[in-house]
Write a protein that binds this ligand. Structure first.
Ligand code: AP5
Length: 210
């Protein structure tokens, strides 16, 4: 299956994408995670993306489209994949179509802005293995350390409240129009994000039919 997860920053795309990926045994491709890892390694692409990410702006389309083209050519994508955070603009969606990628389903996780701002303040991430936690809703069993690999947890730079507001503005302007784009193709399913992670997972599985 080829699935796209749409939704505002912090809607829970990454969290749900991991659950579906484990269930269907297909990879999750997160452009945000790929860019953050490039940034950590200090590659040319990572350094070029730094200012955009930290300001809550979108990285230019050509850079992200290039990342996706390369990643989808890898052998583990042959039996399907989940795109988390791509496409994020109409131009990116059109580029995906032009690559000949036929998407089966677009899951749009819908969460209101006030809930997003509240959630982001509690997100903690593991820079070593990429796991995501929440201080209240999904705490690590090891407190300030990652309960998967033991590394220290940290707060993402773009989770500062003023950056979150800018990311939401960008989302409404650039990414929300994709709902109509995929609705017109007849492949959009909207899942209303629930207060409990597992309730959203149940609705997501139902939308996908697994
Ligand atoms: P990216 O990493 O993709 O960030 P994002 O889309 O803004 O999404 P997030 O990772 O912030 O949130 P999420 O929806 O995955 O939520 P999560 O599951 O973590 O992108 C970062 C940046 O990279 C962008 O701003 C841009 O600069 C650049 N970029 C990336 N892709 C790009 C593209 N295609 N084009 C251009 N630029 C691009 O959940 C959030 C928190 O809430 C967690 O703490 C979680 O535990 C908690 N939570 C989740 N679900 C629930 C629930 N139901 N109840 C309670 N808590 C919950």
């Amino acid at each position: 299956m080829k699935i796209i997860f749409l939704g505002a920053p912090g809607a829970g795309k990454g969290t749900q994408a991991e659950k579906v990926a484990a269930k269907l045994n297909i990879p999750t491709i997160s452009t945000g995670a790929i860019i953050r890892s490039a940034l950590k390694e200090g590659t040319e692409m990572g350094l070029a993306a730094k200012a955009y990410i930290e300001a809550g702006k979108l990285v230019p389309d050509d850079v992200v489209i290039g990342i996706i083209k390369e990643r989808l050519a890898e052998s583990d994508c042959r039996n399907g994949f989940i795109l988390d955070g791509f496409p994020r603009t109409i131009a990116q969606a059109e580029a995906l179509d032009a690559m000949g990628v036929s998407i089966d389903l677009v899951v749009n996780i819908s969460v209101d802005d006030a809930t997003i701002v509240e959630r982001m303040s509690g997100r903690r991430v593991c820079a070593a293995c990429g796991a995501t936690f929440h201080t209240l809703f999904n705490p690590s069993a090891s407190g300030d350390k990652c309960d998967k690999c033991g590394a220290e947890l940290s707060i993402r730079k773009d989770d500062q409240p003023e950056v979150v507001k800018d990311r939401l503005t960008v989302y409404h302007k650039e990414t929300e129009p994709l709902e109509r784009y995929y609705e017109n193709k007849g492949i959009l399913k909207t899942v209303i994000g629930q207060e409990k992670l597992e309730d959203t997972t149940a609705l997501t599985f139902r939308a996908i039919g697994v």
